[in-house]
Write a protein of this length. Sequence first.
Lengths: 664, 261, 134
Amino acid sequence: MTTTTLAALVPVLPFLGANAGLLLGRTAPGFVRPLAVLPTLTSLVLAVLVAVRQGGDAAVDAATELTPTGSVPIELALHIDGFAALVAVLVGVVASCVQIYSVGYLRDDPRYPSYAALVSLFTSAMLLVVYSGDLIVLLVGWEVMGICSYFLVGHYWETPEARAASIKAFLVTKLGDVPFLIGLFALAGDTGSFEITKILDAVAHDGLDHPTLIALLLLAGVAGKSAQFPLHTWLPDAMAGPTPVSALIHAATMVAAGVYFIARLLPVFAASAAAMVVLAAMAAITMAGSGLAALAQDDIKRVLAYSTIGQLGYMTGALAVADRGAAVFHLLSHGAFKALLFLAAGVIIHAAGTNSLAAMSRMGHLRDRVPDAYWTMTVALLALAAIPPFSGFFSKESVLGAAEHVSTGHTEHAPAAAGWLVLLAGLLTALLTAAYAARLWLLAFRGRGADAPDHGRQPLTMTVVLWVLAVPSLAMGGLAYRLLPDWFDGRDLAPTLTTSVLGTGLALIGGIVTYAAWRHTTAHAARVPLGAVAAHPEGGASLVEAEAVAGHEPAYGDIAGAADPADPSRLLLGPLHHPAAAGFHLDAVYRVLFVRPVQAAASLVQFLDREVVDTYVRAAGTLPRWLGTAVRRAQTGNVQTYVSALLAGTVVLAVAAVLVASGA
Amino acid sequence: MTRLAATAHAMTQSAESHGFLSPTGVEIAFLLVGLLTFGAALVTVTTRQLVHAALWLVVALGGLAVEYLLLTAEFIAWVQVLIYVGSVVVLLLFGLMLTKAPIGRSPDADSGNRWAALTVAVAAAAALVWVVVDAFRTTWIDLDGPAAGSTEVTGASLFQNWVLPFEALSVLLLAALVGAIVLSRKAKAESSSPPVNSRAGSGGSPSVPDSRNHPIEGTRPAAPAESRTAAHPEEPADHQKPDPAHDPADAGTTTEQEGAR
Amino acid sequence: MHLAYPAVLSALLFCTGVYGVLARRNAILVLMSVELMLNAVNLNLVAFDVWLSRTAEETLHSGQALTLFTVAIAAAEIGIGLAIVLAVYRNRGTSHIDKLRDTAEGHGPDDTDPSLPDSDALAAEQAEKAEAST
């Protein structure tokens, strides 16, 4: 088979698996699990094959035009370069792990068939985005991911949190998708094609007519999809979905799509210095803010969600300094360790029966209940905190190095201001990342108090996957930073000494300060009993998680934070703790700025429709009715009345006739 | 009050119309009798005592007969006295009795329509008087010479020029006679043929044979929901009608009995 | 004699009759008012006949002849009218013409009209008699 055929099969196989799973889900439940896992695994193998054949050489391009579509042709096009090949491998790995993990995680879930089919469809859509060489085809995958995320985040639709989160995820991403679509059309209008290679050619040779406008419009869609400020608010709430879905969304598919899209079209963005500065500012705010917010969250998955936002900020920061190699490098390593973090968090939630860190910090020996999750999560957290030699260190250092490179004015691709913004925010975030990673680890695994409940060993499908993912988290960075430049643009990804020392030093400081704060506050933990666990801890993992999600707000008074004085973040953040736990009240701001005006406008329209427009409609009916009533009143049946009216009319007519005749 | 004002207004106008002439004796007599006639007519249409209305009608019609005499139409005058005063009013009195019209004052003799009626009547009177006075302000009747309406003149005119309408009128009177009898004797016709005047509203009532003499009784079961509170003021309790069990189903007999009463 | 005297008297009598026809409740009083109107017309006919028979050489005395016809027709009218009133009274138990509203919009048959007290009184009376006869 040619590379093109193999590449075409990669997104098609999960798509067929999703359709088959949806069709056979009720009639043949035995086929559901193989149909969920096998196509994804096969497409992983095929993606690896494609990557090997492509080998970082010249991009593979193939296009076929299904039907003429007018002045701007839309083609089924493949464009596989080193980025596409490797991101597809990452998507295949994470999706396969998630599918295998879900077999154990949702083993008792009655809606598993539709869930697995949607995950397959999600994977297929992401692979389509990765391989597509045509922007409209890419948009198809982009929107399919949106609707799949809606369904998957709302998997526990019995809980109000999940319902609200799914609608919020859908609406916020669509809010970005509308300008995104307009930006695509504007781009095609400027360059005359939807095909990525032709667009890049056109940008390289002729430039764009409206580079800033197009870049900002596309940036809106990317911010929605990749959860960048100010459209990031859907991502923490999306934690109401099942943990494997969170892993899939955060590690490989949905949020990666935005970063990948910019990486693909980086010359378009680089054509506008203003857009790059905006991108850098967006990345900087996202990084720093999400680091603070992550430090204050109580829900273990919300900590990870904010960490995802922060790490995505690193990637967009790398893109803002026009280094897509560093961005995709960080995307790959982050995909590995973030998937691992989420899957391990799912195991922990199942074992602890709660998703609250405050409750976990009052459980003893939780790490002994879940040794696989403990060790793999430790690895992943070290990678997240960018401690050498874990993979996160190398990818983050490549980002910081690129930013430092730009900030010193060594490149003409990106403005130096963007470099400084990304560099400073990145260093601050390195400190914060280490702090919240340490807090998570300490609270979850070093808790003191009654022993955690023992539900026996976790299913094998869930633990094996953790170790599979731990390998790249541990070792990929060190191996890859020498190989990846061959696949990417050829730019050096090796860590530079200055930023390495600075970043690692800040990370160590963050970790040590957090440890000290934890030592200081943990004495309070025993005095303040806190915590609630799921009502059915012996049930399946998905059931426990659904109960934990639904139970967090009634138990702790807030979906994000908990009133726990033993939390070291209170000591660290001080007065910032409360706004950070609430996501800096951005939701409230949006409510004031957008939701209220829209609701007011809607009620105004309702008022206009009901009271003004309908008045005319009702009047059209009422007036004849009144006239009819008035006329009907004349029909009294009283002959004398009739004769009176008759004679009155006669008199009037007679007088009129006399007046006319006499000429008066 | 309005009516009186209108009357005064009309009288003022008629007074103005002859103001430039010295009234003759006939005119004065006509005016006085006319006032009497008009007053009697007003009382007839306004009194609350129904029988008094009929009696005041006699006064009004008699006054008119006097006016005919003053206009030298003596044959018409006597016919007026004979037919109107002699028969029509008597018929009306019979009608009042047959329909159990109350004796004495009845507060509801006028309907709720009276203000509209008053407006129409006053407007019509104003218009008519205005037009008539305006038209005939300078017209006089010459009453001297032979009487214009003596019996001889009238008879000659009637049987020379109007004989055919006269005969047709006799047929009309015959038809009216027959019609009145048929309408009054419907009780007997009803026993052998479907009731001519039966209505859908009373169709649901049970057909008790002897209640056919008094169809009101037949309507009684059709209105069971009526409140049986105040007896109507027009129906004094001592004003009983003949016992239907002994009534030989003849309106004529009823008339006789009512007349005897 | 001034022609305006009989003409004005005729007009006033006619309008009095109009008022009676429109305002009286009892059908027989309405008939009386009709008689007044007819007599007003008769007076007019006679007065103008007298006036014309003096001014014209040849006259048919049509006014007086028509007056006689009117009198005859009025007699017939009063006979038929009274017969109709009696028939209505026997059917409806009332001779009040503002109770006869079968043609009204939205009204039921007038003998089931709750505002009708006459048939009530008659019915109660009938019930008393039924008790007395048994």
